[in-house]
Design a protein around this ligand. Sequence first.
Ligand code: 5AD
Ligand code: SF4
Length: 444
Amino acid sequence: MEKTFHIQTFGCQMNERDSETLAGMLIQKGYTETPVRAQADIIIVNTCSVRDNADKRFFGTLGQIKKIKEQNPELITAVCGCMMQQQHIVDTVKSKYPWVDLVFGTHNIHEFPRLLENIENEKKKLVAVWEDGGEIVEGLPSERRYPFKSFVNIMYGCNNFCTYCIVPYTRGRERSRKPSEIRKEAEALVKDGVKEITLLGQNVNSYRGSEDADSDSYMDFSDLLRMLNGIPGLERIRFMTSHPKDLSERLIQAYGDCEKLCRHIHLPVQSGSSRILKEMNRRYGKEEYLDLVRRLREAVPDIAITTDIIVGFPGETEEDFSETLDLVKKAGFDSAFTFLYSIRKGTPAAEYENQIPEEIKHERFNRLVDAVNEISASKNREMVGKVADVLAEGQSKNDPTINTGRTSGHKLVNFKGKPGITGQIVKVKITGSNTFSLVGEQEE
Ligand code: 5AD
Ligand code: SF4
C-alpha cells in the first residue's frame, strides 16, 4: 500500500507556497497526496498567525486530529508555519497536545525530510524550530497546484515592524533570493507549461538581489521585473505584496516597459487616518497614499488597485474611521480585504491600552464592507462591453463550456468558452457584472 499525506494550509500565499514545497518533498519520498484527512498516514497542519481567529481554529483542528490518531495510532502528525515561530504556541502544543509528533518552523522547512525520517525510525517526538532564517536554501522540490500558473518566492521576511503585525517575528528579517536563482526557477516553470508567475514577498518593493553578497551591485524590484519580462514563453507576471512607502517611480515605469506585467497592484493601505497610520508605523500618510494611487492611474490608466484595511486599531476614533471611508471612496479600490483588528501577542499594539470594544469594531467593519462593495460593483460594471484577456483556469464539472479565469486586473470571470481552453489566455467579451465577479463570452 502506498503511503499518503494530507496538508491543511491556513493563511497567505507564502504558506501555500511552503505547503507546495512540503508536498514536493513527500512525493519525492514516495508518498501520494490524499484529499481525505482521516485516511492519511501523515497529516501536516501549516499554520498562520495573521488571519482572524487563527489560534482558535488551529487548536480546534488539533482536537479533530486527536480523534483520527485514536483510530490510527500509526498516524504521524506534524505542525509547522508561522504559529510555530511563537514560543508560547510551541509550549502549549508540547504540554497540551501530546499527539503531535513533529513541530518545525518557517525557517527550517528544508529540514522536513530529515526530521520526518527521525520520527519514522525512532518514533520519538521532535520539536525543531529555528529562531532565525539563515541562508536561503535553493533547489527544494515543489508540487504545484496548477500546471499553468505558479508562485515564485523572491524574498523572505520583513523589516517593517508595523505595530499590529506578527510577521517580522515569525518570518524573520528580509532576505532576497539571487536574481539568477529566480530566473532559473521561472525558466524551468515556463518549460513545464507555466504561463503566469506570481512573485511573492512580504514587501517586494524592497527586493535587493545580488549574485555576490560582498559586492555592492544589486538588482532592485523593477530590474527584476524587467529581467523576467524577457523570458520567452512567459505570458504574465504578477506580484504581491507591495508596501506603499517603498513604491518607486521606477516600478511605476515598469508597467509601461513590461508588457507581461499584469495591470494590477495589491497595495495595502491599512487605514485612511494619517494619525492611525503613524501609530501603525506605516511611514506614509493618507495624502501620500492617494498621491501614489493618482500616479499609478496616470501611468497605467487601466490598472486595478486592491488593498488591505484594518478597522478598530487601538485608539481609532469615529473621525479616524471616517478618514478611512473617505480614502476608500477617493482611491476607488477594485476590491479590498477587510480585517477586524485583533491582538497579536508579542507586537507593540497588543500592549496599547485604548483597545476598541468589539461591537464598535464590528459596526465600523460592516460600514466599511458596504462602502468597499459598492465601489467594487461599480468598477466591475465599468468592464461590461469591454474585451478582456483572460487566463482560463478551469471548467465547471457539470458544463464544460462554463469556464472561470482571471483578467490582467485579477478580476474573476465566469464565461462561456470553447472546451479545452484551460491554461490558455483567451479574449472574453464582458457581458455582465456582479460585486465580486464578471460574466462573459469567449470571442471567436
Ligand atoms: N489584526 C488585523 N489584521 C491584521 N493584519 C495583519 N495583522 C493584523 C492584526 N493584528 C492584516 C493586514 C495585512 C493582512 C495580510 O492582514 O491588513 O495586510
Ligand atoms: Fe506585517 Fe507590515 Fe511587514 Fe506587511 S509590511 S508583513 S504588515 S510588518
